[in-house]
Design a protein around this ligand. Structure first.
Ligand code: SAH
Length: 342
């Protein structure tokens, strides 16, 4: 994709989608059987599963200031609008095919956040397949975002008709639970929208969830596109940035290589998108700082990184990850939608 040709206004929609097949598996590398959540404002900590030494615990799920940064990013990038454009274009037809002859459809959302996209996907299913019973399983470790999702369900009458199972755990922990219990619930549609960055073992995770698919079903992965500003930023500063909840950064281009190695068939759609990051270059701008924190996974970009590193990241963001239009700096946050066959 040529970012120079991208329209100036934030979004355009094309998508990359991958749908995968089925089998049973294992994996997700180094994750332990416990999680800790730290909320900046409430300072709460929740452990579950095996007790463990604090210093080996990796935070999981969005909480505290990071949720604020995420929501600010969503609003300004219009990322949801871009993804919904793809969803509206591609999923109705997919659901008709997947649902053919089925009296029930089981949907699994992995890393669903506040559930805005899940809700839309479920509403498409309800309108395309009104006579089909639906169930929704949600794997989302953030307590804050799960509460937002539950509140959304409470205020949406059509969603209240769907039985939800809430799994407030990481996908690694969910995988472990599935294997420990030997109770395997399989699904007709699974989606992982902007969450794969947080796993330690990308191919193992993809394989595990692909194996949870029933026959004639699909797995949707939405991920930052190859060659996007994210790809450039996170790969250039892998050593400095991949130290927190993202232990390795892969773009959709790398995920496609894994899909091919796993011999999984997929369709791909690209969603060009940009985010105005001009405020990030105004020292002391609070919103710019919040955005920089979210983009680099830092807790206060200007305090946590050295002046040299900050300067070179800002230079890269401006000159290699963005285009300039009418005095505004537009970061390339294009996405790939990969729809994988079962
Ligand atoms: N799909 C949502 C949220 C994307 S943000 C949307 O597009 O709006 C990434 C989400 O993944 C967050 O909600 C975060 O809490 C969740 N997450 C982080 N680590 C995770 C893990 N290991 N397993 C599952 N979800 C995780």
């Amino acid at each position: 994709m040529d970012s120079m040709n991208r329209p100036v206004l934030c979004i355009q929609t094309v998508c990359l989608v991958i749908l995968l097949g089925t089998e049973s598996t294992q994996s997700e590398g180094a994750r332990e059987g416990f999680q800790v959540y730290s909320g900046e404002t409430s300072h709460f900590t929740v452990h579950y599963g095996k007790a463990a030494a604090m210093d080996t615990v990796k935070p999981a799920g969005y909480e505290g200031r990071y949720v604020q940064g995420f929501q600010f990013y969503l609003k300004h990038s219009e990322e949801h609008k871009a993804i919904l454009g793809y969803v509206d274009k591609v999923l109705p037809g997919e659901f008709t095919r997947i649902g053919e002859g089925k009296s029930k459809m089981d949907v699994l959302g992995v890393g669903s956040g506040g559930g805005e996209i899940d809700a839309h996907i479920l509403s498409i299913l309800q309108s395309k397949l009104p006579a089909t019973a639906l169930t929704a399983d949600i794997v989302e470790p953030s307590i804050h975002l799960t509460d937002n999702f539950k509140a959304l369900v409470e205020k949406t009458p059509s969603l209240q008709k769907i039985p939800f199972s809430w799994h407030t755990v990481t996908c690694g922990e969910y995988e472990k639970q599935v294997k420990d219990k030997r109770q395997i619930k399989r699904f007709d549609f699974i989606h992982m929208i902007q969450m794969l960055y947080y796993v330690d073992d990308y191919p193992g995770t993809i394989k595990f969830f692909h194996n949870l698919l029933k026959e004639n079903s699909k797995l949707l992965i939405v991920h930052e596109a190859a060659g996007s500003g994210w790809d450039t930023l996170w790969k250039t500063y892998r050593k400095e940035l991949c130290t927190k909840s993202i232990s390795d950064y892969l773009s959709a281009g790398d995920i496609k290589v894994h899909l091919e190695r796993l011999e999984l068939q997929y369709d791909e759609h690209l969603i060009p998108n940009t985010l105005d990051i001009t405020d990030c270059f105004t020292t002391g701008d609070e919103m710019g700082e919040l955005l920089l924190d979210f983009m680099t996974e830092q807790d206060h970009f200007h305090q946590s990184l050295t002046p040299d590193l900050r300067a070179s990241i800002l230079d890269l963001l401006r000159n290699r990850c963005s285009t300039e239009k009418e005095g505004r700096i537009l970061f390339d946050c294009s996405l790939s939608c990969l729809l994988v066959y079962s």
